[in-house]
Ligand binder design. Structure first.
Ligand SMILES: NC(=O)c1ccc[n+]([C@@H]2O[C@H](COP(=O)([O-])OP(=O)(O)OC[C@H]3O[C@@H](n4cnc5c(N)ncnc54)[C@H](OP(=O)(O)O)[C@@H]3O)[C@@H](O)[C@H]2O)c1
Length: 265
């Protein structure tokens, strides 16, 4: 996820010389520096104060370790932050209150929820400002994250719902492609051909959805001739309750996010 954000950032014109990335392993740091020419990458196993080095003098700091390590990392970098450094966390389920409690009083904080298409600059990245974040600081972070995709601002209360749709959503689309490939095999298609058909069809439909103003319902109706084959398939999905199944899955994801927040708290 962090490399997806980094790629988007550089694609959108950020000077690589202005970016410092930290990781644990030297091998990973070397890989990042090679792939993103001009970016400084520092490994904790070589320089244990790498996170402090990277955050000193930074205007925006993006924290992207696993949720369970976020508050520890926030405490680790606290002494090297300036009072105006904006700390952005992309960790799922870690609340603004939990972040603010781990940072110096008054530190500007933004909670963000990206998704993996950010790697191609086609992600959805949410931002929810904390109590000390000014409008200018929020705008600066939106500009930084813009390279990763469409930036949306949501109140923190809606992050679990957003995460259930856009955060987990790429997996739902991949799941659909898997199910389509399995259905093709069941209909007698060669497995490789079936996978290719499912993959290219979901990807192609995604491109159509990415057109400005695209409406999924109108696009679906445009390929559904009355009394045709697609109509029969969609009617079967409806009869079997597929929309309700998807809604139940999304609800379960949102509930799980709330559960993890409680556990981390
Ligand atoms: N994956 C998603 O779709 C998604 C969506 C939204 C939000 N997120 C959030 O994104 C965050 C990262 O997820 P991920 O799946 O990308 O995890 P990941 O693959 O484990 O990446 C974590 C990265 O952080 C580095 N790291 C770990 N501890 C560190 C430390 N103390 N100091 C410096 N670097 C450290 C790791 O370095 P090494 O490589 O050297 O170990 C690794 O590069 C999580 O908080 C997750 O909730 C993920």
């Amino acid at each position: 996820m962090n490399e997806a954000i980094l790629s988007g950032l550089l694609e959108s014109g950020t000077d690589p010389a202005d970016v410092v990335a930290t990781v644990r392993r030297a091998e990973r740091a070397a890989e990042l520096a090679e792939r993103h020419h001009g970016v400084t990458a520092i490994a904790g196993e070589e320089e244990p104060d790498n996170n402090k080095q990277a955050t000193k003098g930074s205007g925006v700091v993006i924290l992207g370790v696993k949720p369970v390590g976020i508050t520890e990392l926030a405490r680790e970098i606290s002494s090297s932050l300036s009072p105006t450094t904006v700390v952005v966390s992309v960790a799922a389920a870690v609340s603004i209150a939990q972040l603010e409690a781990a940072l110096p009083a008054g530190q500007p904080v933004i909670r963000s929820m990206p998704n993996t298409p950010a790697k191609l600059g086609r992600g959805v990245v949410s931002v929810s400002p904390g109590t000390n974040c000014t409008a200018e600081q929020l705008q600066r972070v939106k500009d930084v994250l813009h390279g990763a995709g469409t930036v949306v601002e949501v109140p923190e209360e809606q992050v679990d719902a957003l995460s259930a749709i856009s955060g987990s959503g790429p997996a739902y689309a991949f799941y659909l492609a898997e199910a389509m490939a399995a259905a093709g095999r069941e209909l007698g298609l060669d497995p490789d051909l079936s996978l290719l058909l499912a993959r290219e069809t979901v990807a192609g439909a995604g491109f159509m959805l990415a057109e400005p103003g695209a409406d999924p319902s109108a696009l679906r109706k445009a390929v559904t001739s009355p009394n045709g084959t697609t109509e029969r398939a969609i009617a079967t999905f409806d009869e079997r309750g597929l929309p309700a199944i998807i809604a139940a899955g999304a609800r379960a994801a949102a509930e799980r996010a709330a559960e993890i927040t409680r556990q981390l708290g």
